[in-house]
Each structure stands twice: as structure tokens, then as C-alpha cells.
Design a protein. Structure first.
Lengths: 183, 383
């Protein structure tokens, strides 16, 4: 039968030669390859002790950003939720009252903000959609857990640490990547 | 179909008034017969589709509106059969009457898109780009216009005009910074409500809508100002920040309203079973729909005080244009889909690994946003 492509290869069913029947040369050859790898550079690292740098386009756990004074950037505009292909994001908005200016940047803010990490596919469309630089995907993984309900992340879980009260944690959460410029 | 309806209408008019000639006008190579005295914009609306110029200030249901925003500019390539010279400048189509044999260019013109983009940029000079906060976003005519002309950004680098915040009553929220001074709301107050208590004060850059002596607007039809406002300058305070329009479910509904002049036909905007907002029904031009030849204005009782589905007869889902972001709400049918697992598994309930409603803090039963008179505040969520 004629093959459709030239990729088919006939299996060699010829009886083994004397050298092949001995097996030893092939075993020694294989061991040599194994031995030579001892002197080569290791491709793996000792993970928890050593960590690799993240790629500049790595998309990890979402973070809700604050400005340099510690006010929340999010205005609950809903663009992340409408952009989300997995429908993981929900929110409820509230109006800022006099006296709350140090907490929220704009007159409207997200009173509740929730991401269902079981649904999230870390596509980064929420970050793309955000007009206020409020949500972005950080350089950390979502930590593993034993219970499903722990993966419903509320606003408290997602908010970045306060830049003035906890500067170290803030800078760590901010990561090393260049920040998106807002209008 | 529109065309045929129109010609039927025109022929009946002809019969009534002995001999009124219809006049021929060509807009973007489409010829149509219209009654004398029709404006270019209305002739284009009779053709419909892309040849219709956008309008920010003209409102067919409000007498005297138009001629202020200049977004409906068109090129008149030939004035009429008698005088076929082109008009030297672009004209505002809402205020220019058609002449027999007039040739108008809108989208086929080279000048019009560029001029209109310039007009959009001028309208956006003092307009804050705060669409993420604005409740009008998603149904805002200025937003659509800006995106249509590639002017969603801004080149303006100076301070925009700002106004002192003014409370104009319990139902309507005024954001003067967003106003483009189209005067539609003042015409509503003049023509629909029995007394006008607000108007435009000051001139030029300082011009602002204001109620005289901060007098509250408390007549029965003041809510219609929200519907005619092309931007987010006048928004519903009872809907303020409750939800984005593209997450709500719009439904056509009616009730027998006792207020004289109220048509009782409205669109309810729901989230789940809660009615967040009631508006008048809109036609394809974003104007209030007409019923039996009369504009379907609704009264404040229907709009602000009747937020229970039980008080309305639901007619069905509102048809949303497929170009609108409101279509992102994904409501295709009125009924909620039924659970099938229990039925298929002969009465055995599905074993849920997690019930999202018991874990989620959003859309909980302890706060009903539709029952709040105004926007939610931090203490509402602390309960």
C-alpha cells in the first residue's frame, strides 16, 4: 500500500548481531551518557530555597493597587468584570463620603470586590481593561489550600499593603516590573 | 419598510391638504421624498442607518432644540434644483430645511468626518474623562461619539472648568462638569413640566445649569431630564453607583399610571429580582419612544417610587442594539434557566463541593440596593 506521506518508517526486524546480543556495549554507552551529565550544568534549582526570577510578562495573583498616598485606585467601574472571560470578578460600589478622602481616590469606590480564583484563568484581561491602574497581576502564585471556599478572594485579600504604613510589604507586592502609566 | 411607511404617511397628508408637493432630497446618494419644511437631519432619519448624522443637542420631541452642539454637520453639495450651487460651509443638519433637489453628503463627504471629529474634540475639552465613575457610561452618546471618531483620549493639557457641587433635589444628581450645554433639560422643564425652575446661568465658559436659588425640582415630570441628557450630567440619584448598566437586565414593562400625561410604559433595569432603575423607553435614536404619536414621557412616581416588579406588567426583555455594551449582560430570556440535575437524577440533589452564595460577600441578602434612596455608603455595607 502506498503511504500518504513519506514519513512512515519501516521497522527493522532483522535478527540481532553478536555484539547486540551481548547487550553490554549498549549498557556501557548509556552509562557513559549518564556519567557525562554529572559534569554538565544543572538545569534544575532547589525550589523553595532558591527561586527563579519571573518573566516580565508573568501573570500571577491579582492585586488591587493603591496610589502613593495609600488611597484605593479602584472605582468599581466594572470593566474588569465585563472583560473577564471566566466571569470570576464581581463587585459592589459605594459613594465616598466626606472624611473618607484618605481611603479612596475617587468619589465612587468598590465597597466589595471579589475574585473567584477557582474560575480565574490568569489571562490578564482585567489588567488590560482597568482604566485606573487599580488591578494588576502580580509576581506571585495563588497559594494552594485545602478548602474551595478559601479561593474566593475578597477585597481584603487582594488589596496591596499600605505604602506608608507598611512600605516594605508594599514594595515587595509591587514587584520589579515597570508600572503601567495612567492617563 | 420605513420608506414605504413614510410614503403612506405622506400620501395621507397629501389627501388631507389638497396639494402639498413632496420634495426630493438626496442624502449620500439615497434619494427620498419628504414633506416641505423637513430638516436634513429628519430626512436622513427617515432613510435611517449610517447616513443619519449624530445629534447631541437636537431632540425631535422637544420643540426648539438643536443648533447648539454642531455634531450633525453635513455638506450640502447642491442647494436645490433651482440654485444648484453648493453651500460654502458645512451646515447643521438639524436646523437646515431641505430644498427640492438638494444633494447632501454626510458619510460620503471628505470634509464632514474630519469636521465632526473636531467638534467632538471641542465637546470633550471641558468634559471630564471620568467614565469609570459616571453612571451614564455604556449608554452615553458622547462616549459613543468619541469612540466613533477615534477621540476617546485627550490632547487638552489645561485645567478643565470646575463647578461647586450643587444638590438639585432627592431624585436627580447634577454633575455640572460633565454638561455639554445642549439645553435639552431646560426644554423638558419648559415644555413638559408645568413650571421651569432651572435654566442656564452665566455665559460662555462659565455657563452652567442651575436651579434658581437652589430650588429643588419637585414637579411630576422632572425625571425626564435624566432621559434626555445625552451625557452623565443629569443622572438618576436612586440608581447612583448601584450597578453598571451593562450588568443589569432591561425589561419592557407597563402600569396604569394615574398621573395625567404619564404614558406608563417604561424600561425596568433589574439585577436579579431587584429593580434598580426605571427609565422611559428609548427609540433607535436614543430618544424617548413615541406611543400613538405622543412622546412616552413617564412621571416621577413611575420612575423613582415604583421599584417593585409586582407593580408592573412585564412585557419582555428590551431589545438592545448589538453594538451596545449593554448586550454584555448576557440576558437572552426572561426566565431563569431551571436546574436540570435533580430532574435527571430522579430527585437526587447534586452534591455541591461549594455553594458560592454561602461564601461570596457580594450580592448578599443582608443589603438590598434597590431599597436605598440614594447611593450606598460605607455604613450600608457594615450592617
Amino acid at each position: 500500500m502506498q503511504a500518504l506521506t513519506n514519513k512512515a518508517k519501516q521497522v527493522n526486524r532483522a535478527p540481532m548481531s553478536f555484539m547486540e546480543k551481548l547487550y553490554l556495549p549498549a549498557i556501557i554507552k548509556g552509562m557513559m551518557i549518564t556519567f557525562s551529565h554529572i559534569f554538565k550544568k544543572k538545569p534544575t534549582i532547589n525550589y523553595p530555597e532558591k527561586k527563579r526570577p519571573f518573566s516580565p510578562v508573568f501573570r500571577g495573583l491579582q492585586i488591587l493597587n493603591r496610589d502613593e498616598e495609600g488611597r484605593e485606585n479602584c472605582t468599581a467601574c466594572g470593566l474588569c468584570a465585563v472583560a473577564c472571560p471566566a466571569e470570576a470578578i464581581t463587585m459592589e460600589a459605594a459613594e465616598r463620603q466626606p472624611g473618607e478622602e484618605h481611603l479612596y481616590k475617587e468619589e465612587k469606590y468598590a465597597a466589595k470586590y471579589e475574585i473567584n480564583m477557582l474560575r480565574c484563568i490568569f489571562c490578564g484581561l482585567c489588567e488590560e481593561a482597568c482604566p485606573k491602574d487599580a488591578i494588576y497581576l502580580s509576581e506571585t502564585f495563588t497559594p494552594a489550600d485545602y478548602q474551595r471556599k478559601q479561593f474566593i478572594y475578597s477585597k481584603n485579600d487582594l488589596l496591596i499593603p499600605h505604602p506608608k504604613e507598611n512600605e516594605e510589604a508594599y514594595l515587595k507586592a509591587l514587584g520589579n516590573r515597570p508600572q503601567k502609566q495612567t492617563l | 419598510m420605513l420608506h414605504s411607511e413614510l410614503s403612506v404617511k405622506i400620501s395621507s397628508v397629501q389627501k388631507m391638504e389638497a396639494e402639498i408637493k413632496t420634495i426630493k432630497v438626496t442624502i449620500d446618494n439615497i434619494t427620498i421624498d419628504v414633506a416641505p419644511g423637513t430638516t436634513i437631519l429628519n430626512a436622513a432619519r427617515q432613510i435611517g442607518g449610517d447616513v443619519t448624522p449624530p445629534a447631541m443637542c437636537y431632540y425631535s420631541k422637544l420643540e426648539g432644540s438643536g443648533g447648539k452642539c454642531r455634531t450633525c454637520l453635513v455638506e450640502v453639495a447642491a442647494g436645490s434644483t433651482a440654485d444648484p450651487r453648493p453651500m460654502p460651509k458645512l451646515v447643521a443638519s438639524c436646523r437646515t430645511g431641505v430644498m427640492d433637489g438638494m444633494i447632501v453628503k454626510n458619510i460620503t463627504s471628505e470634509k464632514v468626518p474630519e469636521a465632526r471629529a473636531g467638534v467632538v474634540e471641542f465637546l470633550l475639552l471641558n468634559h471630564p474623562l471620568d467614565c469609570p465613575i459616571c453612571d451614564q457610561a455604556g449608554e452615553c452618546h458622547l462616549q459613543d461619539l468619541g469612540y466613533d471618531h477615534g477621540k476617546e483620549g485627550t490632547r487638552y493639557q489645561f485645567a478643565r472648568r470646575t463647578f461647586k457641587k450643587e444638590d438639585i433635589g432627592p431624585y436627580i444628581q447634577l454633575h455640572m462638569t460633565r454638561c455639554i450645554l445642549c439645553y435639552r433639560c431646560t426644554y423638558v422643564a419648559d415644555q413638559i413640566t408645568n413650571k421651569r425652575v432651572h435654566g442656564i446661568v452665566d455665559r460662555g465658559d462659565h455657563a452652567a445649569i442651575s436651579t434658581y436659588i437652589s430650588q429643588a425640582i419637585d414637579n411630576d415630570f422632572s425625571g425626564n431630564m435624566i432621559d434626555v441628557c445625552p451625557v452623565g450630567a443629569l443622572t438618576d440619584k436612586t440608581f447612583r453607583f448601584k450597578n453598571r448598566v451593562w450588568f443589569t437586565k432591561p425589561m419592557d414593562a407597563n402600569r396604569s399610571c394615574t398621573t395625567p400625561g404619564c404614558c406608563g410604559k417604561a424600561t425596568l433595569w433589574l439585577r436579579g429580582e431587584e429593580v434598580f432603575r426605571v427609565t422611559a423607553r428609548k427609540d433607535e435614536w436614543g430618544e424617548v419612544q413615541s406611543f400613538e404619536g405622543k412622546p412616552g414621557w413617564i412621571c416621577n412616581t413611575c420612575r423613582f417610587e415604583t421599584k417593585e416588579t409586582s407593580k408592573w406588567n412585564i412585557e419582555g426583555l428590551t431589545t438592545i442594539s448589538r453594538h451596545s455594551v449593554i448586550g454584555a449582560n448576557k440576558y437572552n430570556t426572561l426566565e431563569m434557566p431551571k436546574e436540570t440535575i435533580k430532574k435527571v437524577m430522579s430527585g437526587v440533589e447534586p452534591k455541591l463541593l461549594m455553594d458560592i452564595h454561602s461564601v461570596s460577600g457580594v450580592n448578599t441578602n443582608d443589603i438590598h440596593l434597590s431599597e436605598l434612596k440614594g447611593p450606598a455608603h460605607s455604613e450600608d455595607f457594615k450592617k
